[in-house]
Ligand binder design. Structure first.
Ligand code: SAM
Length: 362
């Protein structure tokens, strides 16, 4: 395996890894149903950093999770295939064996970036969902992926879910800065620019705290993706409530506002089901996490309603400001309560609202 620290990764699945799986499990079924009915084009799910398919403890890895969801016939009415890419020869062999003889799956022995030209061809004629879960941030380059992402502006459907380790990125930038400050050329500058899809990261490298740099990196990656996608959202996954920084951040990008709603509910579902799981597995660190958030989205609703807008637009604005915190139905529920209590007003004059009702502050 490429990275010695990664050798134990597939021995057993960690709780924070399960959160990624839960996102796939919650998001892919409604996604497959939606795109197969609306777009009517064949679908390709891509697992760009697939691993062996099964952990040593018997738990399904991401390619198997995606494959099982994809093969549930009820989810789609058009052909769907999975392209699983794995660079490590030993893991690729395990993956190929696992899927040997199975239909609608292609297992490729390659680096992920080595398949970008192929992805570009696929995205020009199919609906593509890309799942990128590498060990290290240096394994993908947003600059090159722009070739695939730019097809979105030509009307093609590409969505991407990326595991982004912001802290690892910040550390690389800090290392570059310290080398430059010592009069060296600064290794990795070109590579960092390729990875980040621009050289915006150079501006964040000047004497700031790690937290500030992580926030700037978050905005920088978001801006890079927003060149291609209307909806870009970040969901932090903490390994423990004591930690100051997320273990990793799942970044989702899509052109579709319906996808934003689906992913919001998937993120909320993943956070809550794992909180429950961890609480029940005697993990006191997580036991305090309630099944529904303690704070209702009242303040954000007021903040986002600077000018009148439909309930649908308001709900989406709340989701964009804190993705995965409240389910769509909880935001609608809070809007209903605020209408009843007079803290919101509907243009219809009623105390109830549908998605098209225009809402304002009294
Ligand atoms: C975090 S693991 C993926 C785990 C998998 N998503 C799961 O949940 O079962 C990352 C995988 O990417 C592979 N890998 C590393 N560099 C790669 C590259 N450049 N291209 C494709 N695969 C790579 C590693 O060998 C490893 O199996």
């Amino acid at each position: 395996m490429g990275h010695s620290a990664d050798k134990g990764f597939f021995k057993h699945k960690r709780s924070w890894s399960r959160r990624k799986d839960q996102l796939l499990k919650d998001y892919l079924p409604p996604y497959l149903e939606k795109v197969s009915h609306r777009l009517k084009k064949p679908i390709v799910l891509v697992d760009g950093f697939a691993g062996p398919g099964k952990f040593d403890d018997g738990e399904d890895g991401s390619p198997l999770i995606m494959y099982k969801l994809m093969r549930r016939k009820s989810e789609q009415t058009v052909p769907a295939t999975l392209l699983a890419i794995e660079q490590d020869p030993e893991l690729h062999a395990r993956l190929a064996k696992l899927f040997d003889g199975k239909p609608a799956i292609e297992v490729v022995h390659s680096s992920f970036m080595g398949q970008v030209a192929r992805l570009e061809e696929l995205a020009a004629c199919r609906t593509v969902f890309l799942y990128l879960d590498p060990f290290a941030i240096r394994e993908y380059r947003l600059a090159d992926l722009g070739r695939v992402f730019s097809l979105v502006q030509k009307g093609h459907s590409v969505e991407v879910l990326i595991n982004l380790n912001l802290l690892a990125f910040v550390r690389l930038v800090a290392k570059w800065r310290s080398e430059v400050d010592r009069g060296h050329e600064g290794i990795d500058a070109e590579w960092l620019t390729q990875c980040a899809g621009g050289d915006w990261w150079k501006a964040m490298a000047d004497g700031r705290s790690t937290r500030d740099m992580a926030n700037e990196a978050r905005s920088g990656f978001a801006n890079t993706l927003r060149q291609y996608f209307n909806e870009v959202c970040f969901c932090d996954v903490m390994a423990s409530s004591r930690h100051r920084f997320p273990k990793y951040t799942m970044v989702f990008a899509s052109r579709s506002v319906t996808a934003l709603e689906l992913m919001n509910d998937a993120m909320a579902g993943a956070n809550r089901s794992l909180s429950k799981h961890e609480a029940s597995a005697d993990a006191p660190l997580f036991a305090h996490v309630a099944e529904t958030p303690a704070v209702a989205p009242t303040e954000i609703i007021i903040e986002r309603l600077a000018s009148p807008q439909t309930r649908k637009a308001l709900r989406r604005a709340v989701m964009r400001s804190q993705i995965g915190n409240w389910l769509a139905k909880e935001i609608n529920g809070e809007i209903r309560e605020m209408l009843k209590s007079g803290r919101l007003r509907a243009d219809s004059g009623k105390k109830t609202a549908s998605d098209e009702t225009v809402l304002s502050l009294p």
